[in-house]
Design a binder for this molecule. Structure first.
Ligand code: ADP
Ligand code: ZN
Ligand code: MG
Length: 479
């Protein structure tokens, strides 16, 4: 029997507001433990939370970007549970009436497109952090840092529409891309600003009912999500094939050993005793507000990719890579706007620029070759003042020098030699220095042309005009 996995993801994204969701404390990362707290986010008796308008707007943006309906009336609720990193004893979240509903995200995988339903997006506050794995913490000791209490989160809950670990990866990546385009979350899974819990079940292919699901937590990277899902799908299929039944439980992914370990069973599941938060009014979002939030949104990745193909006449493949990251797309547009050759620009951004960023582990916003400088380089390349290989040499130099590409070309004597007699002289020398190869060529081994051409280019450090070299060398050899 063949099995099919069914996956639904619950994703938490930390919003990049300056202050917390219900008080004025800073959300700045990396501050001294317990230095960014106040009676409100500590849940002292008698304090009153006040909603952060920017956090609401960020959540609305995400809802609009994922085709959700924005509820004109939504309600905050208390989710009660006991844990050391939650001094209030409850988390303010949204339960029965969330802010965003019934959306979807379209993902592309191996040339096919899939619509993944989004059940809801709601706003909530984060809890604090238990600290035990740091080297400054004594063994067997756990410390609590409450700086994170009250940092705004959105939770994005998908429908059980995902059918493979690869689709889950693409969905997660698509959401992250939108969060980053909207500049409402930095999308860093390793640092915990984007967190993903996965619900997984399997069923015989063709079945209409879902199987019993387990929930996987604690995956700290995109690869981790893919690996954890693969592990859990295989585990469930094994259980069913050997005549057993999958138990509903929560599992923790152990990245180091690539296994899932049970965390709690159905019986131990929390009863959160949700009830409407009495200290906050229902959240009212009218059409006017929704409209103004919508107007403040940037062009989103899918639309931008389409526009790149149409406006710049570049392949969809290029457009996909160039729009993966908003700042890279901005950079490309900036260069393409200055250089009269979008495909050349695309090749250079996808090739040299992305490669250099990768090697340097750098964000394009910190890249030393700003868009205007790359444009200058591409312009002299287009004017055929330098060859493509010289342009690459100049590019490397530009990474460490602030000089203009013209100046680098000049200072290093890299201007293209387009003078026929100068090239002819160099060719004469190469012919004189390689008598054996020349003789073989003349007796029919025409493959050696490439070698001799290479010698000429080498002798000129790549600066000879290749078309001229080709033509003159051929004439001289065939004399
Ligand atoms: P719970 O009651 O456990 O919170 P929900 O119905 O709220 O379950 O769903 C939580 C998540 O689990 C959603 O992302 C949903 O798509 C997913 N899900 C629900 N049922 C299944 C299933 N049988 N297999 C896989 N995922 C599922
Ligand atoms: Zn506070
Ligand atoms: Mg649920």
């Amino acid at each position: 029997m063949e099995f099919e996995p069914v996956i639904g993801l619950e994703i938490h994204a930390q919003l990049t507001t300056k202050s917390k969701i219900f008080c004025r404390c800073s959300t700045k990362f990396g501050a001294d433990p317990n230095s960014q707290v106040c009676p409100v986010c500590l849940g002292m008796p008698g304090v009153l939370p006040v909603i952060n308008k920017t956090a609401v707007e960020y959540a609305i943006k995400m809802g609009l970007a994922t085709n959700c309906t924005i509820a004109s009336h939504s309600v905050f609720a208390r989710k009660n549970y006991f844990y050391p990193d939650l001094p209030k004893g409850y988390q303010i979240s949204q339960f029965e009436e969330p802010l965003c509903l019934n959306g979807y995200l379209e993902i592309g995988l191996e040339g096919k497109s899939h619509k993944i339903g989004i059940t809801r997006i709601h706003l909530e506050e984060d809890a604090g952090k238990s600290v035990h794995a740091e080297d400054w913490v004594e063994q067997n000791e756990t410390l609590v840092d409450v700086n994170r209490c009250g940092v705004p989160l959105i939770e994005i809950v998908s429908e059980p529409d995902i059918r493979s670990p690869q689709q889950a990866y693409a969905y997660l990546n698509g959401l992250r891309q939108i969060l980053q385009y909207l500049e409402i979350c930095d999308g860093n899974m390793e640092e915990g600003s984007l967190r993903c819990d996965a619900n997984i079940s399997v069923r015989p292919k063709g079945a209409t009912e879902f199987g019993v699901k387990t929930e996987m937590k604690n995956m700290n990277s995109f690869r981790g999500v893919e690996k954890a899902l693969e592990f859990e799908i295989a585990r469930q299929i094994d259980i069913i094939k050997s005549g057993g039944r999958v138990q509903q439980e929560t599992l923790l992914w152990d990245e180091r050993n690539s296994v899932a370990v049970p965390m709690r069973s159905k019986e131990e599941a929390h009863d959160y005793r949700y009830f409407p938060e009495p200290d906050l009014l229902p959240l009212a979002v009218d059409d006017q507000w929704k409209k103004s939030v919508k107007e403040s949104m940037p062009e989103l990745p899918v639309a931008r990719r389409k526009r790149f193909v149409e406006n710049y006449q570049i392949p969809d493949y290029d457009a996909g890579i160039l729009t993966e990251n908003r700042a890279v797309a901005d950079y490309f547009e900036d260069v393409a706007g200055r250089v009269n050759d979008a495909k050349l620009t695309s090749n250079w951004v996808m090739g040299e620029v992305l490669r250099a960023l990768n090697e340097r582990k750098q964000d394009i916003r910190e890249f030393p070759i700003r868009s205007n400088r790359l444009a200058e380089l591409l312009k002299i390349l287009l004017k055929k003042e330098i060859s493509a290989s010289v342009a690459k040499t100049v590019f490397k130099e530009m990474l460490v020098s602030e000089d203009s590409p013209e100046k680098i070309v000049e200072a290093r004597g890299l201007t293209q030699i387009s003078d026929s007699s100068e090239i002819a002289d160099i060719i004469d020398q190469v012919i004189a220095n390689n008598p054996k190869e020349v003789e073989k060529y003349r007796s029919g081994k025409t493959k050696l042309f490439g070698f001799l051409m290479g010698q000429v280019m080498k002798a000129t450090r790549g600066t000879a005009n290749p078309q001229l070299v080709n033509k003159i060398l051929k004439e001289k050899l065939d004399e």
